[in-house]
Design a protein around this ligand. Structure first.
Ligand SMILES: *Cc1c(COP(=O)(O)O)cnc(C)c1O
Length: 333
């Protein structure tokens, strides 16, 4: 079966670059949402722990439970818990939900500073703090998220300015042990002198950060995908390959089908439009469990840098990676 290889040296290399920015491993929260960006939740948690990362961010309770023993601190971004937990913090994304959190829950308040997706409005901060107290919740941090930290525009500065206002309001309300964080990968890399309490790092740790707004040199992709040959055949020039007969052979040659299709996470829009790192051409439509290449190799490296298929498919590495199904075997090397 097709399998994923995780390069631990590259992961540690990326974490070294990130630690250089945060100046401390303790300020790194590794973002593990969506099966660790498709890399494998437990596999990445294992490597992160070995490196000395103590904080992780996940999407939901199921993910939190899976990595609870690997970290000292876990932040759940998008689920209201049934009960409070010592280790796990939960995000308040909307002021109307505060009354749904069980008493004693450790919470972090997300504030909308421009993105207009999740988080309370800046004008609601004082009210939210009041409601959090009334509900008996433990407010540990206030945070925000950048909508275009990876783009070289003024928006990053605008949001930083807005977040400064947020901090002022929070501190003025008498809460002084609160932690603040706003940086994702691109935002962290834009700082000359990072001084927030924590950075929430996803794509840079996985080695796929692309941005014209910050230095992305030195990051190395962690994940590569290898597929296994299912069958081979000689095909003559002029024959057509696969569903819909969309590819016509330009010459006589041997082609093979490999066990990686759109059902496994190979974006179907790459059909007839992809070449492997070793220059094997994808031919015809990607089917659910198969794809065909002009190749005779028993094992075919499909990609080792998610940005390359992403660019071809006019999407981002995040989508290529999170499309990879959890049942694909992950091997740490
Ligand atoms: C996904 C996510 C991140 C990580 O973003 P990257 O660009 O991958 O570093 C950080 N913070 C929040 C709230 C997120 O949802």
């Amino acid at each position: 079966m097709a399998y994923i290889t995780l390069n631990k040296n590259n992961f540690f290399n990326n974490l070294d670059i990130i630690t250089n920015k945060t100046k401390s491993k303790d300020k790194i929260a590794i973002v593990l949402k969506d099966n660790a960006y498709g890399h494998g939740l437990v596999e990445v948690a294992t490597m992160a722990k070995e490196y000395g990362i103590t904080k992780a961010i996940v999407r939901c309770q199921v993910e939190a439970d899976m990595v609870k023993d690997y970290f000292e601190y876990i932040l759940v971004l998008a689920e209201i818990p049934l009960q409070s937990s010592d280790k796990i913090r939960y995000t308040i994304n909307d002021i109307k939900t505060i009354k749904k959190f069980p008493k004693g829950t450790k919470v972090e308040l997300k504030v909308d500073t421009l993105m207009h997706r999740n988080g309370i409005d800046m004008s609601e901060i004082e009210k939210a703090i009041e409601l959090i107290k009334e509900q008996g919740l433990i407010l540990e941090a206030v945070f925000t998220h950048h909508r275009s930290a990876d783009e070289l525009t003024s928006e990053w500065f605008t949001q930083n300015k807005n977040f400064k206002k947020v901090k002022k309001i929070v501190l003025a309300s008498g809460l002084n042990k609160i932690r603040f964080h706003s940086a994702n990968s691109a935002s962290l890399m834009r700082y000359d002198n990072f001084n927030e309490d924590m950075a929430r790092v996803g794509i840079a740790a996985y080695g796929c950060l692309l941005s014209d707004a910050c230095d992305v040199d030195g990051f190395k992709p962690v994940l590569s995908l290898t597929a296994i040959k299912k069958s081979s055949r000689k095909v003559k020039k002029g024959n057509r390959i696969g569903y819909g007969a969309t590819y016509e052979m330009k010459k006589d040659c041997v082609i093979s089908s490999y066990d990686f299709g759109y059902g496994d996470g190979f974006l179907r829009s790459l059909s007839n439009n992809f070449i492997t790192p070793n220059e094997k051409e994808l031919i015809g439509r990607i089917s659910m469990d198969n794809s065909s290449f002009i190749s005779e190799e028993d094992e075919l490296l499909i990609f080792d840098d998610a940005n390359i298929p992403a660019k071809k498919a006019e999407t981002i590495s995040y989508e290529v990676l999170t499309s990879l199904k959890p049942y694909i075997k992950r091997i740490i090397k």
